[in-house]
Write a protein that binds this ligand. Structure first.
Ligand SMILES: [Zn+2]
Length: 554
């Protein structure tokens, strides 16, 4: 890009000189295509905490994560700049360059204020599954309110670029591919990759051929053992511990995990809960690069790979487990294979790669309790009862509509019919919520709409608040508190750093090697990509490109 600017200045100077001496400028020079990468590869590692880079560092090879870190540029203080930190909002924010306040993806599912129903983040009953008989393809990006960077790339050159999103999770594939790319995800009931009629009428041949390989059957044909001797996994706690979940039919959460036996009880889809789900996703990515001929012409293509199995394994076992350690050691090998593949087929100098996650994860609450660290499990239904009781005492009627995912929705019709003011009920409800054990803070919709917060946590809540979709009072829990009574594994969703801090590494095209601890937001990724490939920002972009930091340190 810097080269392009220098060439452009020289061309302008040269053209002016030609005009000055009365000659005709050579038009062909001006029409020459400026240089951009042939392929942008976004890698989203679902639930990857930043510290996994260094926690398992000694186990990584030289060609994977260490190569990204040494040849690329790492932002060591990158955060999701909003809450709640869930998969849907995470993928949408990375690819739209904004936060739920603007892109509208406020959760993995949410209450619908107009109908009283609820929607799944990518649920769309108006489309149908392509590639299987199940309903797992009734999905589209229709709830997203901003274009994705993939859409802007395609709009920019009149749809001559290709954009493909791949993940086991539908939302991990759909939100990045946006409205005009193609998305493929895993049908957990029919154990194959599918899409929806939103994108296409039938699967391309390369997807059918991929499905015919029936890789899941291979993955469950042997037990899941640690890649290296388990006694070398000293960065994790004992394999047999009370903090981890099990497969159906399994007594203790320990290696080796007898996948052939558990596949008999469930089905071959259980491979998605092991590192082989990542292998499968990468295999699909290679099939896409070849099948769609990505990165083969002058129009930059975009491939979004989202790895869902790291999240499935993280939820079941938690960050301290040997299972999580093993999936990251294996992921490192897959990344090495991808970088080698890109070297061979497209060339490092022709690809722009970024790796990040969609949220982090907390430690297991019981593990924290046993170590004497602050933690807790919050009880949602008790809180809902308390709100109904206290607010009924104050107003003489029950103004609560529902309590969903740390959001209180009030019944505005009832409030108005009784001559009360919603703003006052919101304030009273917030006061009651703050008195609940484990609740750290609460903000009313009125306050969130009326001013701008500068405190980091309040700001994150505000950026996660969408006026048309979010509730009347948004609250959040103390650090390491859980919204459920979960005792095994872990979860995420909080505004705290263990959930918001993410790895963010740029690699390839014009990227110098280096690192920065400057605070950057995940919603800065999309505009950074846009600057690298000279395309417009997304329709809802609010992020700032990071290029000045990358080049400022070089
Ligand atoms: Zn996720």
């Amino acid at each position: 890009m810097k080269t392009f600017k220098a060439v452009l200045s020289a061309m302008i100077l040269f053209s002016s000189l030609l005009i000055f001496v009365g000659c005709e400028a050579d038009q062909s020079d001006r029409n020459e295509h400026y240089e951009t990468p042939k392929l942008v590869v976004g890698i989203m590692v679902d639930q990857m905490r930043y510290d996994y880079i260094y926690r398992y560092w000694d186990h990584y090879g030289e060609d994977g994560i260490k190569r990204l870190m040494s040849e690329g540029f790492s932002f060591d203080n990158a955060h999701f700049d909003y809450a709640p930190t869930y998969t849907g909002p995470g993928h949408a924010s990375v690819y739209t360059g904004t936060t739920p306040a603007v892109h509208g993806i406020i959760g993995n599912s949410w209450f619908l204020k107009d109908t009283g129903g609820h929607t799944y983040v990518t649920g769309d009953p108006d489309v149908f599954t392509v590639g299987s008989e199940s309903d797992e393809g009734e999905m589209s990006p229709k709830w997203m309110l901003s274009s994705s960077i993939a859409d802007e790339l395609r709009l920019h050159n009149n749809m001559r670029s290709k954009a493909v999103g791949i993940a086991l999770k539908d939302r991990g594939a759909i939100l990045p591919a946006g409205f005009t790319g193609d998305a493929y995800w895993f049908d957990y009931t029919e154990i194959k990759m599918i899409s929806s009629s939103y994108y296409m009428d039938e699967l391309p041949d390369w997807v059918n051929e991929f499905n015919e390989r029936n890789l899941p059957a291979q993955y469950v044909s042997e037990p899941w053992e640690t890649l290296r001797p388990i006694e070398t996994y000293t960065e994790s706690i004992e394999d047999d511990n009370p903090y981890e979940g099990t497969f159906r039919g399994q007594d203790r959460p320990v290696f080796p995990h007898d996948l052939p036996a558990y596949a008999e009880i469930a089905d071959n889809g259980i491979f998605a809960n092991t590192p082989f789900g990542d292998t499968y996703t990468f295999e699909m990515a290679y099939a896409a690069i070849e099948g769609e001929e990505l990165g083969q012409d002058e129009f930059t293509d975009m491939l979004s790979i989202s790895l869902s199995s790291t999240d499935h394994v993280g939820h079941r076992y938690g960050p301290a487990s040997k299972e999580v350690q093993d999936i990251y050691i294996r992921l490192d090998r897959e990344i090495a294979r991808l970088l080698n593949y890109l070297d061979e087929h497209i060339g490092k100098e022709n690809v722009l790669v970024f790796l990040t996650s969609d949220h982090g994860a907390a430690h297991n609450p019981q593990y924290m309790r046993d170590l004497g660290l602050p933690t807790g499990n919050y009880n949602r239904s008790e809180t809902e009862d308390l709100l109904e009781e206290r607010l009924t005492d104050i107003y003489g009627f029950n103004p609560v509509r529902t309590l969903r995912s740390t959001q209180l929705f009030l019944d505005h019709d009832v409030i108005h019919a009784n001559g009360a003011r919603p703003e006052q009920v919101q304030r009273d409800a917030a006061e009651i919520l703050i008195s609940v054990n484990g609740v750290a803070g609460a903000l009313t919709a009125d306050a969130l709409r009326g001013g701008t917060f500068t405190d980091a946590i309040h700001q994150k809540i505000q950026r996660g608040y969408n006026p048309s979709r979010s509730g009347d009072v948004i609250y959040w829990l103390e650090p390491q508190w859980f919204t459920s009574s979960r005792t095994t594994g872990t979860t995420h969703g909080a505004p705290w750093s263990y959930d918001t801090r993410a790895p963010l590494i740029w690699y390839g095209w014009d990227i110098p090697s280096g690192s920065s601890t400057e605070l950057v937001g995940i919603s800065d990724i999309a505009s950074t990509v846009a600057n690298f490939i000279n395309i417009p920002y997304t329709s809802g972009n609010t992020g700032q490109p990071m290029n000045h930091i990358i080049y400022g340190r070089n």
